[in-house]
Design a protein around this ligand. Structure first.
Ligand code: HEC
Length: 133
């Protein structure tokens, strides 16, 4: 097999792997935290309206794992049981979708749902054990 063929075979194998099991290497600090910082931190910091209303902070890993006043927001290994995933993936009552879908913020271009890839990154990170990595 020549080098070019071998290279395409390897690439093909890789893309199959990615398609089969999603991304295999989600990192909290490199992948998840930047999403939370852009889309959530303004309200879920130490003083914002999100933490005031729910107790949920995204300032760091420990805060995310502490969860809300009602309990954990992340159930390691199960995105479908995790409030953090459910609120961004549209699996809750529209009233508690995150970021909040208020007409006025949408009109200003804020409060848009996360993109499919960002939602998948958060879900995969939880399914992989919600590690502090
Ligand atoms: C504009 C401010 C704002 C932004 C931005 C925001 N939130 Fe919230 N969040 C709130 C408020 C207000 C509540 C309380 C809502 C309620 O319980 O009805 C809340 C509640 C929550 C809860 C608790 C829900 C529950 O039922 O226990 C979670 C989890 C959450 N937000 C996650 C996020 C995530 C993740 C993001 C980013 C993708 C985000 N929020 C962005 C304001 C915000």
């Amino acid at each position: 097999m020549n080098a070019k063929l071998l290279f395409s075979a390897v690439l093909f194998g890789l893309s199959l792997q990615i398609a089969a099991c999603g991304r295999s290497d989600i990192s909290f600090s490199a992948d998840v935290q930047p999403i939370l910082e852009v889309a959530c931190l303004e309200c879920h910091n130490d003083t914002g309206e999100g933490i005031a209303a729910s107790g949920f902070s995204v300032v760091d890993y420990a805060a995310v794992m502490r969860g809300t006043t009602l309990g954990p927001a992340v159930i390691a290994g199960s995105s479908m049981s995790s409030t953090l995933y459910r609120v961004v993936a549209g699996k809750t009552d529209p009233e508690i979708r995150m970021p909040p879908h208020h007409d006025e913020s949408l009109a200003e271009g804020r409060g848009l749902s996360l993109g499919a890839e960002q939602i998948e990154i958060i879900g995969t990170w939880i399914d992989q054990g919600a590690k502090d990595n």
